[in-house]
Ligand binder design. Structure first.
Ligand SMILES: Cc1cc2nc3c(=O)[nH]c(=O)nc-3n(C[C@H](O)[C@H](O)[C@H](O)COP(=O)(O)O)c2cc1C
Length: 174
């Protein structure tokens, strides 16, 4: 497995020039957690980045029903990997199949890379945000949403767990 420094350079969080609405909501990203020997990843398109408790942070949302959830719970460090719009095929697999019964690495051709604090990203990534878990909470059904939206998103009441991650490193493709 390659290490990050062979493919990426580091950037400061405030140097990220991308429009977050575009890259989070439209390009999408992979949330990856675990160890180089045992990790999982899933597609996400909800989240944000900004500042909280005087720290640069990311916020992402993982339902407890995802296989990735257990890896997020067991990991201090996780990554958000942006693959560019040309890798939508990867997201088709990682956003619909579960690591419980699919080898998503084999099926997508993703090439794992280790990050500075022991996280996992991929050779295909163009931008990677390595995060340290600093807070979580579970959404509660107190939404000010029309019933049909709430019921559409949570028919099984599996409300997302919200993870706040302190940004440890931002990597961009060399
Ligand atoms: C575009 C897109 C965005 C998604 N965003 C999220 C998300 O933010 N949170 C979440 O829990 N699941 C999200 N999913 C669903 C997971 O990616 C999907 O259930 C995945 O198969 C879970 O894999 P796992 O069981 O291996 O963790 C999204 C799926 C797609 C296609």
């Amino acid at each position: 497995m390659k290490t990050w420094d062979t493919l990426f350079t580091k950037q400061k969080p405030e140097e990220i020039k991308d429009n977050l609405f575009e890259i989070i909501g439209k390009e999408w990203f992979l949330i990856s957690a675990g160890t180089p020997d045992n990790f999982n990843m899933m597609t996400a398109s909800w989240g944000t980045m900004g500042v909280f408790w005087q720290k640069p942070i990311t916020i992402c949302f993982v339902r407890p029903t995802r296989y990735t959830f257990g890896f997020m719970e067991d990991s201090d460090v996780y990554t958000l990997s942006f693959l560019g719009n040309k890798n939508k095929d990867v997201h088709k697999v990682c956003g619909s199949k579960s690591g419980r019964d699919t080898n998503k690495i084999k099926e997508t051709g993703l090439l794992p890379v280790t990050t500075g604090h022991g996280g996992i990203t991929y050779e295909q990534a163009r931008l990677v945000v390595e995060c340290k878990k600093i807070y979580f909470d579970d959404l509660k059904p107190v939404f000010f949403l029309p019933d049909e939206i709430e019921e559409g998103i949570y028919p099984n009441k599996d409300y997302h767990r919200v993870y706040y991650g302190e940004i440890l490193n931002v990597y961009v493709k060399k």
